[in-house]
Write a protein that binds this ligand. Structure first.
Ligand code: NDP
Ligand code: PYC
Length: 340
């Protein structure tokens, strides 16, 4: 039987599983929130399916469930730093957000560096949290080597997500959030579980030949989106959110982790920008001008990114989140067994 839960009830179940597995209150609450939000917004590749990976990573000792993030000493500059101390990224982001927002309003722009975190989540929850402060946001992070650079044949880059948000005076912000591979790795894993073929152009096998077999694609390499353009953007993310912030690049993550079966450990870069500050002294209100652009896009019959997600959210908020029988049984099992 399917199971329909309110968002709060689903979040409580996830938090209970994570607490039982040994996550402290701060981390369990932060992770429970983003995983439940993934289900609510119809983002299955970063919803409850990720809990197993979180539990495996904890059991392998590759993430510290007891860690509490700390804000590095603030020197009043545009760069603020949060040490996740080998815990998950989400509570570190939550800790740094108020200072990031205050600093971006004061200086026009500011960046939050999160170091030494385990990261498995979608980036849009963070982008939306920054836009809720009236700021534009750019968020990015590496993952682990799983994507061949265009022209190459072996995993090197991560699926390196890039997300952007723009605050809007009414309603939801403009948000896009995507892997710089053709699809997130989670999508391949879900296709493998469902016994479905991959669309062409997603992956190559271990010999570098195009494949539509998810097993072969996961064992081989994923491909960047948009050919050389995605390959270059993925590389930029390795540089900005790996090398530049003194944290691991995707090949280094894989070398240290030794597997793609666990959640990756690296850093994250969050940039917050004040549209008012950038537009000061120039003609026109940036928010009003942005609305004209969005209107022109939808006026052609195109949809804005995140529109599907916001529609799924509205439905879930009205009717609850419905889990398949297999998903409901899996949650029960995880609640019963904890880390076993
Ligand atoms: P998708 O390709 O599913 O979606 C990418 C973006 O494009 C979304 O904002 C989506 O909005 C939008 N979009 C899709 N179709 C259209 C359309 N026809 N018109 C306009 N906009 C459209 O995402 P990915 O599979 O690439 O990534 C999924 C998630 O995986 C992301 O949230 C990402 O952060 C996460 N991820 C996390 C990683 C990590 O290391 N933590 C690594 C890689 C990915 P909508 O949602 O409304 O469809
Ligand atoms: O779906 O590609 C992905 C991914 C990697 C790490 C977290 N999500």
């Amino acid at each position: 039987m399917t199971l329909t839960l309110t968002l709060d009830a689903l979040t409580d179940r996830i938090v209970a599983i994570l607490r039982r597995a040994g996550l402290n209150e701060v981390q369990a609450a932060a992770l429970g929130g983003v995983i439940a939000a993934g289900e609510r917004d119809g983002c299955k590749s970063h919803g409850i399916y990720r809990i197993e990976g979180v539990l495996r990573t904890l059991k392998a000792g590759k993430v510290d469930g007891a860690a509490l993030p700390v804000l590095a000493e603030d020197d009043g500059r545009a760069i603020i730093r949060v040490e996740a101390r080998r815990g998950f990224s989400t509570p570190a982001f939550d800790l740094g957000l108020p200072l990031l927002a205050a600093r971006a309003r004061e200086l026009g722009l500011a960046a939050m560096v999160v170091n030494d975190c385990t990261h498995f989540s979608a980036l849009w929850p963070e982008v939306e949290a920054v836009t809720a402060e009236g700021l534009a946001a750019l968020v990015m992070c590496p993952s682990y080597a799983s994507v061949a650079p265009t022209g190459g044949t072996r995993p090197l880059l991560g699926t390196n997500p890039l997300a952007f948000g723009w605050p809007r005076p009414a309603g939801h912000p403009y948000v896009f959030d995507f892997a710089t591979s053709v699809a997130a790795r989670g999508e391949l894993e879900l296709k493998r579980r469902a016994g479905e073929a991959l669309p062409e152009g997603w992956a190559i096998d271990a010999e570098g030949r195009p494949t539509t077999d998810p097993e072969a694609g996961l064992a081989g390499a994923m491909l960047p989106f948009g050919g050389h353009k995605g390959s270059a953007i993925g590389t930029m993310i390795e540089l900005l959110a790996g090398v530049m912030i003194g944290d691991l690049t995707s090949p280094e993550v894989l070398e240290q982790l030794g597997t793609t079966a666990l959640a990756p450990f690296h850093g994250e870069l969050v940039i917050a920008l004040s549209p008012e500050a950038f537009a000061r002294g120039r003609p026109g209100d940036p928010f009003a001008r942005a609305e004209l652009l969005f209107g022109a896009i939808t006026g052609q019959g195109a949809r804005l990114p995140s529109q599907r997600r916001f529609a799924a959210r509205a439905k879930a908020e009205a009717e609850g989140v419905t889990l398949t029988p297999a998903e409901a049984a899996q949650l029960d099992r995880m609640l019963e067994l904890g880390l076993d």
